[in-house]
Design a protein around this ligand. Structure first.
Ligand code: GLC
Length: 477
């Protein structure tokens, strides 16, 4: 199958969150399946363009029109890749040579440009994929562009739109089509949501199939509580709506080989290996170096839906117990300040690092005993998968992908892989944390057994990639 994938980020080039991890691993996994060729299209951000690690070759350049604008498109290809997996970068300094990836006033225009440029480049390359897979709002205009302006270039290409997080939809004012996109007026109904243009809504309407990143999230999105206004639109596509739970790249996230870890380990050497990582981590973070106090960790964007408010709510009760807490992340100022203030009260026991640092994150996954994920909603969540793969026991709110991937530990049978709470409130969260602590202190052998079993779970992309293929084949018909 010929596959093209478009996204606004992919590790190791650029990553602000889970989308970047998925876009590193999923194309790779799909390209490993016999008969598949995968082309990935990404923006050529300055941090990629001027990073010597990423050697690219120039392919072509031309101009595209965004109504009255004539915009430069440079096409670059990453050197020395396997033929089956080609990474292309779209270069436009005006749009992509900035400090960050998103959060600018003209983001709508930037990613409308990107969407059009991706299709124009595929056309230039004469690459006519069977499936074009797009991700989140930044590439959400592609399905509509494919069906309209670009239909004649790609008469047989089917389009799949994947929702990684429905909270970010890509809104623009009603002028956007006339000013930037320039599609004929008959497309306004597809683009319009209320009195505005909504990129994601248009993708849900135009794509041949829509998917999201876990089965539970796919069900949850039928309800207004989770869908941020999209439940009615999604219901229209119920027959073509898929939930496929993400995996992780187990070659990137591997406690037996990660270059970031002070000590490597496998399931067989987990107890000693984790003890070494824990001592080093406690030292690095300025926590009391103590092997017998459970170290809980969070590595997360500090955003509302990640459940930071619940964490703040239980923090004093939590810290009254014999436990340590490490929080790594950046995000909303109210959480950065709130958590930092809390940590000041508990020197040696609680630490907050306001950083987005994948290497430190790796050391945290390896050195912590347990991993907290009280997310209010979580489309899939990758951290709980990484944590389990590192033998770090998750404590989660049973929502979205957390519900699908963290089965409740049953002390009687010893089955399950972590601790969970069903209703989103602080008391239930604290109960789940307390239950995990009881296991840690009362039966360390059972705790270690649970951690070793978590390490043995298959959280790779092998099974999910097959499910993507099944979906693609169905869409192709
Ligand atoms: C988003 C979601 C997260 C998901 C990731 C990759 O970041 O919030 O739950 O795991 O995308 O699909």
């Amino acid at each position: 199958m010929r596959i093209a994938m478009a996204a606004s980020e992919a590790a190791p080039f650029s990553k602000t969150g889970g989308l970047g991890d998925v876009m590193q691993a999923l194309p790779e996994a799909l390209s490993q399946i016999p008969g598949n060729t995968v082309y990935v299209f990404l923006p050529y951000y300055s941090r990629v363009k001027y990073d010597a690690r990423f050697e690219c070759e120039f392919v072509t350049s031309f101009a595209i029109n965004l109504v009255w604008r004539k915009s430069h498109v440079g096409l670059f290809r990453l050197k020395s890749r396997r033929k089956k997996l080609q990474i292309y970068f779209i270069d436009n300094e005006q749009y992509f040579c900035r400090d960050g990836a998103y959060g600018y006033g003209d983001d709508g225009e930037r990613f409308a440009y990107f969407s059009k440029a991706v299709l124009s480049c595929m056309n230039y390359l004469d690459y006519r994929p069977d499936i074009l897979q797009c991700n989140d709002w930044q590439t959400a205009l592609i399905p509509t562009l494919l069906k309209s302006e670009f239909r004649s270039c790609f008469p047989d290409t089917k389009c799949v739109f994947t929702i990684h997080n429905i909270e970010y939809q890509g809104w623009a004012d009603m002028n956007f089509n006339a000013d930037v996109l320039g599609l004929d007026g008959s497309w306004m109904e597809t683009l319009r949501y209320g009195e505005a243009i909504n990129f994601m809504k248009s993708a849900i309407m135009s794509a041949d199939a829509v998917s999201t990143v876990s089965e539970t999230y796919a069900r949850e999105l039928q309800y207004p509580y989770f869908s941020h206004g999209m439940s009615e639109v999604l219901k229209l596509r119920a027959d073509d709506f898929y939930g496929i739970t993400n995996g992780i790249d187990t070659t990137v996230f591997d406690p037996a080989s990660s270059p970031h870890l002070p000590a490597h380990y496998t399931a067989a050497t987990m107890v000693e290996g984790k003890a070494k990582n824990k001592a080093a981590l406690q030292k690095e973070l300025g926590l009391d170096v103590d092997p017998n106090v459970p170290l809980y960790a969070i590595v997360s964007r500090l955003a509302g839906h990640k459940g930071v408010d619940l964490l703040q709510y239980i923090c004093d009760s939590f810290m009254a117990k014999d436990a340590q807490l490490a929080i790594i992340g950046t995000g909303e100022a109210r959480y950065e300040h709130g958590l930092t203030a809390l940590a000041k009260k508990y020197p040696g026991k609680m630490v907050v690092r306001l950083a987005f640092d994948p290497a430190l994150a790796d050391r945290v996954y390896a050195g912590a005993d347990a991993y907290l994920m009280p997310s209010k909603s979580e489309p899939c969540g990758l951290s709980q998968l990484i944590a389990m793969h590192y033998g770090t026991i998750p404590v989660v709110h049973a929502t979205g992908g957390l519900n699908d991937t963290v089965k409740a530990y049953d002390a009687g049978t010893g089955e399950g892989c972590g601790f969970r709470f069903e209703r989103y409130n602080g008391e239930d969260f604290l109960d789940a944390v307390t239950a995990s602590m009881e296991l840690y202190f009362d039966d360390r052998a059972a705790w270690d057994k649970l951690a070793a079993r978590d390490m043995a779970l298959d959280v790779s992309w092998n099974a999910p990639a097959q499910k993507y293929m099944e979906m693609f084949w169905k869409v192709i018909g």
